[in-house]
Design a protein around this ligand. Structure first.
Ligand code: BG6
Length: 492
């Protein structure tokens, strides 16, 4: 099955941090795929910038390497690669001084397209300065867009500062704050699943749902990102954005439309309804951990401290927490969230666990009476699974069996799952902000996260150690088992 491609108008895209990891691993591969699918053509122009001098030829050669390495391109794709690279240029621009900016202005020249995007694949402390220079050099047109990556700041106050700086130059409708989880296929499918089927929505509340689990587990360690990560930690790096966005999509009320503001208004209400976690309850509602040396896929792997090049650090590489949403729909339904590096496997999933039937008809019947579980697998093997109880086939007595209705998108549609950035970049060009975070959402997320950090910083407890390759510290299991529930470990 092939998906329908709706071409976008030609555009100009400037990538600040054009020689960085994000550009090479994610942005260019995503753009290449969209080019290869003819979503845009040769009138589009893309320019990478960075401080160091480099010719456009050398840059194209580096991008070609990146595409061969990260976009699944092969030498057989030579024609497509040449075609794509022909739209790519390089201009040396120093984000922190005025050097190179007039060259960038010249690059736009008479061929400038109506839609121009500025992608800031840089550290967030450069966002404000770049926005100001874009304005000072007359590069901001009424149809220009600026794209910024998470993390927006390191807490509510710094996010406010950065958002003020962006807002001084761009209107909110021109600012696209990326949370790449919103571009993942299964995440968008959550919207379809909930709002395009009559089946689930009537049950989607505290009358029928016992609890929700959101797991984003990574098998990898912090790798070469130790310097960034040690100042961030899992709460800021993953929970403030990706996990809370997933929680919002599960918990939000049906929006009136798919318009950006209609969807974001509903997500904002969820964020604002989260019960605070602070010094009074953080010890019972949160668990943080840090990985020790262990094994991953059969290989011995070092501890976080070695990965981060630190002799001591209280940065958490794992967080589990129990969140509750104080509103009519979700009263009394816990949302258990967990995420960590160097866990047993790479697995991201949302599990919605329904309540048991109110009356047990099958007394004395052998077999298991289990709760219904809806599992939405984000990665790997994107898909949806619904666990149901049926009668075991056969002429004998009534035996019950729990069976999955399991749908793997890859098998069902036989299509390549696009990378999140492919969808998001095209949405920027189309000017569709539904899958991007609005300023007040980012702020509301920090408002909930900041007191947790503060509570942690007030205790002398260090993050609990866990062995690399495990499912995190024992406290994470205790967090949910204390409530008579268990983490979903089965992933067949
Ligand atoms: C990023 C985090 O936002 O998401 C990384 O900064 C993390 O630490 C990554 O590894 C996970 O993304 P994905 O798409 O691989 O699940």
């Amino acid at each position: 099955m092939t998906s329908r491609i709706v071409p976008v108008k030609p555009f100009d895209l400037v990538i600040f941090g054009g020689t960085g990891d994000l550009a090479y691993r994610k942005i260019f591969p995503a753009l290449f795929h969209r080019y290869r699918d003819r979503q845009f053509g040769g009138d589009t122009r893309i320019v990478g910038t960075s401080r160091r001098a480099m010719t456009s030829e050398a840059y194209r050669a580096a991008i070609r390497e990146a595409l061969l390495g990260f976009a699944g391109a092969t030498s057989a794709d030579a024609e497509e690669l040449d075609g794509f690279l022909a739209v790519v240029d390089f201009v040396a621009v120093d984000a922190q001084t005025d050097q190179g900016w007039s060259d960038l202005k010249d690059w736009f020249g008479p061929k400038a397209q109506e839609v121009r995007g500025f992608y800031l694949a840089t550290a967030p402390d450069l966002f404000g300065g770049i926005a100001a220079r874009l304005a000072a050099h007359g590069l901001v047109t009424p149809t220009a867009r600026i794209i910024v990556e998470k993390p927006i700041g390191t807490d509510g106050a710094s996010a406010e500062r950065i958002n003020d700086q962006l807002g001084a130059v761009f209107k909110e409708s021109q600012i696209f704050r990326i949370d790449h989880y919103l571009g993942k296929e299964t995440v968008q499918n959550l919207l379809a699943l909930r709002f395009a089927n009559i089946l689930l929505e009537p049950l989607w509340n505290s009358n029928y749902i016992d609890h929700v689990q959101i797991t984003v587990a990574e098998a990898l360690g912090v790798g070469g990102r130790g310097a960034y990560y040690d100042h961030s930690g899992a709460l800021r790096d993953m929970v403030q954005n990706h996990l809370l966005q997933l929680l919002c999509l599960v918990a939000m009320e049906p929006p009136a439309s798919l318009d950006a503001d209609a969807v974001r208004d509903e997500k904002l209400k969820v964020l604002r309804s989260l019960e605070p976690i602070d010094a009074g309850n953080a010890a019972t509602l949160t668990v943080r951990g840090q990985y020790k040396a262990g094994a991953s896929n059969g290989d011995t792997v070092p501890a976080y401290l070695d990965d981060a090049g630190a002799s001591a650090s209280t940065t958490e590489t794992f967080v589990a927490l129990k969140a509750t949403i104080a509103n009519w729909r979700w009263s009394g339904v816990p949302f258990y969230l967990r995420t960590g590096k160097r866990l047993h496997e790479q697995r991201s999933e949302i599990v919605v666990v329904f309540r048991r039937v109110p009356h047990l008809l099958f007394k004395g019947v052998s077999g298991l009476m289990m709760d219904n579980r809806l599992t939405i697998r984000l990665q790997p093997d994107e898909g949806i699974k619904l666990g149901l109880t049926i009668k075991e086939p056969g002429p004998g007595g009534m035996r019950l069996q729990h069976v999955p209705l399991d749908m793997s998108f890859a098998e069902a549609f036989n299509a390549r799952a696009p990378e999140a950035y492919e969808r998001l970049l095209m949405d920027v060009i189309r000017g569709n902000a539904t899958l991007f975070m609005r300023r007040d959402e980012v702020q509301a997320a920090w408002n909930w996260i900041d007191p947790i950090r503060e509570a942690w910083s007030r205790t002398s407890d260090a993050p609990r150690p866990y062995v690399a390759g495990s499912w995190g510290p024992a406290g994470s299991v205790a967090l949910i088992e204390r409530d008579g529930r268990t983490w979903n470990e089965e992933f067949a």
